[in-house]
Write a protein that binds this ligand. Structure first.
Ligand code: FAD
Length: 320
């Protein structure tokens, strides 16, 4: 059976959820071989094996932490040479997309970014993408070289699928460019205790209807009752009510959660572009004609200042 390389996104050995989702997709294409790099790489093996990795190639060196992405590209290229995989799957983070693009260029392959689904096809993996501000869904495949595909978070379920997960160390020789761009400092983001927006299973967003920075506390309270991340429309961000890092849409982040709750958001095309692939969409809006209602699975016509706190209380009560 063909092997499929999966690039592992992890923090000191703790595997991030998008990588486990990649393993689910990789198993549709062949036998997943995971590539884990940097501090704690070997510690990822047990989790990766539980989710279907037949092999885990690991390598640790200070270069991974001290320099930008090129050392990781060198390593992934070494893994590609060792395995000759049927495809290389990388999480669609900013870093993942840069690694994937550089790898594709090095190995002379085509690349597909931001896939939201992946299926085996007669002529190689077929990737589904949501394009042109989510107006169209396309299916495409790479016709040259080993397909390199980045996949958006929440595109597949995390599934337990115990496999051998045999750990092998990867031989990596760093290229001259590897040490070209040094990381001079890191400023950890202040933690809100909420999940990362692009990875969250549930996103609760607020728009212009929230009517002030201080009122975002009711959006946050609903998010916290659900263990969700908080998003915002550009109107809310431009008004200075919520940070730009939380903006959802064409010029913000693209999210694909299981559940997206839009509060006081009209549903402009540029907002839809960032959330239209959410599995279930709920909107609270006082205007029954708001375009967001064309998109939703469940819509509540009402004042968010009445509806959202009631929803939060109901969820808290049901959760006990
Ligand atoms: P509005 O369109 O003003 O809608 C507010 C909604 O709140 C209305 O539907 C209203 O009925 C409802 N409402 C008001 N009060 C209440 C209440 N008390 N209870 C319930 N409902 C209430 N937008 C993005 O979001 N993300 C992007 O990334 C983005 N990128 C853009 C890029 C470009 C190049 C351009 C031109 C625009 C972009 N926009 C983006 C802006 C986009 O066009 C809209 O202007 C924006 O999404 C509107 O935000 P909104 O829905 O919060 O506000």
């Amino acid at each position: 059976m063909a092997e499929v390389l999966v690039y592992v996104d992890h923090v000191d050995g703790a595997v991030r959820k998008p990588t486990l989702e990649l393993l689910t997709l990789a198993r549709r294409l062949g036998e997943p071989v995971a590539v884990a790099l940097g501090n704690g790489a070997a510690d990822t093996a047990a989790t990766l094996a539980e989710h279907g990795a037949v092999k885990v190639l690991t390598h640790d060196a200070p270069e991974y932490a001290e320099y930008l992405v090129v050392p990781k590209v060198d390593a992934l290229q070494a893994a590609h040479e060792q395995v000759s995989p049927a495809a290389v799957l990388v999480p669609s983070s900013a870093e993942g997309k840069e690694i994937a693009a550089r790898l594709a260029l090095r190995i002379g392959s085509g690349i597909i970014t931001d896939a939201v689904d992946l299926q085996a096809g007669a002529e190689g993996p077929v990737a589904t993408q949501s394009v042109f501000a989510a107006s169209y869904t396309t299916k495409s495949r790479v016709s040259k070289g080993t397909p390199v595909i980045t996949v958006k978070p929440n595109s597949a379920a995390v599934e337990a699928a115990p496999a051998a997960g045999a750990v092998e160390s990867l031989n990596v020789t760093f290229s001259e460019q590897a040490t070209g761009t040094k990381i001079t400092g890191r400023t950890p983001r202040e933690s809100t205790g909420r999940p990362e927006l692009t990875e969250a299973a549930i996103v609760v967003s607020g728009g212009r209807g929230v009517n002030g920075a201080e009122n975002f506390s009711i959006i946050e309270a609903l998010a916290d009752s659900l263990g969700a991340a908080v998003g915002a429309s550009r109107a809310a961000v431009d008004a200075g009510w919520y940070p730009h890092t939380n903006q959802v849409g064409q010029t913000g982040k693209s999210v694909s959660p299981q559940l997206y709750i839009a509060n006081g958001i009209s549903g402009a095309i540029q907002h839809r572009a960032g959330m239209q692939t959410s599995k279930t969409i709920v909107a609270v809006n006082k205007d029954p004609e708001a375009p967001i209602f064309d998109l939703v699975d469940y819509g509540v016509v009402g004042d968010l200042f009445e509806v959202v706190p009631q929803l939060t209380e109901e969820i808290k009560t049901r959760k006990g």
